[in-house]
Design a protein around this ligand. Sequence first.
Ligand code: AMZ
Length: 448
Amino acid sequence: MNTAPAPRLTTERLQSLSEDDLQSLCEATHAAILDGGGFGWLSPPPHDVLERYFRGLLLVPERQLFVARHDGVIVGAAQMVRPPRNNEAQAMSAALMHFYIAPYARGLGLGRLLLTEVEQCARAMGYQILNLDVRATQEDAVALFRAHGFYHWGTHPSYARANGQTVSGLFFTKRLQDDERIVPAHPQDTSTPIPAAGHAAVTGHSLTLYPAIDLKDGSCVRLRRGEMDHATVYSDDPGAQARAWIHAGYRWLHVVDLNGAFAGRSANTEAIEAIIANATVPVQLGGGLRDLESIGHWLSAGITRVILGSVAVKNPDLVREACRLFPGRIVAGIDARSGQVATEGWAETSEMKAVDLGLRMQDAGVASVIFTEISRDGMLTGIDIAQTAELANTLDIPVIASGGVGSLEHLEALRAATAQAPGIEGVIVGRALYDGRINPADALRVLA
Ligand code: AMZ
């Protein structure tokens, strides 16, 4: 396989600035401001002003400067602001501010890494709560905060002025110490009324919708219960399908190389490359990724996160090593038939229980878990919410639900379940979207 070395993606808290670091930090900041913000300035200040700003920042004890590096070069930054000494009442809360990745380094998962770094530091310093606020127009950042378990508790209608327009601002919070998401005592009690879909009262927190693109013999298909001879072909142009889902408003793509999952190595290479070439949102990819070489290959080819299924059961040390090499970018795919984990394209069933594998994968360091109940997959009969919630409440990492969504009501039910199982982070939908049973705008409204 043609493998370019994976870029080195690192994050750290900076306590001093070398001349090179200062220059790359100013360059990244300049580019982020030009791209529409993340830093507060609407147009970039002169270079020497930025330089003085960052040099001065390091002297302010309440502020910690964090940076993200791509092959050693600073390409993004964030600040953690501690409460002032006199604010005893809020001594448990820190704030995340001025968070940005330069436009030329996006799509690699660095935002997620930087956020994790800030959270870890805040946790290590004893803070229990991390607060942040963001212009509603910063859609990528908003999607990232939601995906990372931040709870959106309110909206300020006149938060900022940019380009002559008043822009609203979203206020988020996350509990750090016990990893429980902050869910209000009265879930509807947020300042942004969430429009109710139909009759159901909307409860729980927002979920990310991951539209599925399953690839078989170069085409986009959906299976029933994972059986290859029950494939419905929806498109023979995976790149166009990726564009269609992005155009519909989805913020992630979930791609599975089905032939790869059966063969144990990537098979739909051209189709995956076409999806990457057309994707302007992050992509997660699974199916046939069984060694560090193929994982590194796809992570450097434009895939944001890889999903490991069979190796999670058969070679957990490999998963651990992958998590060490690619922090934040490895997801475990746990596919189960009545609680027992299946592998090899779901052709084999193991003795292992989904919850036990989840705990093992958490220990190996995966960023999140995708849980599929195979008997529901492609059947449109609804998600196995009980099993998903049990897994989410056992693990400290986010769980993405998969298998069985057939209607808007199924999405509403999952959303409602997040009030009791806040670790559920998102949901994968396939057949119901392709068949038009669920309208994208309705789905996004229900989950928002
Ligand atoms: O539908 C199937 N038969 C199927 C499927 N969707 N088999 C595997 N997979 C997906 C898993 C996971 O995302 O849900 O492939 C991935 C795991 O692949 P591997 O090669 O790591 O076991």
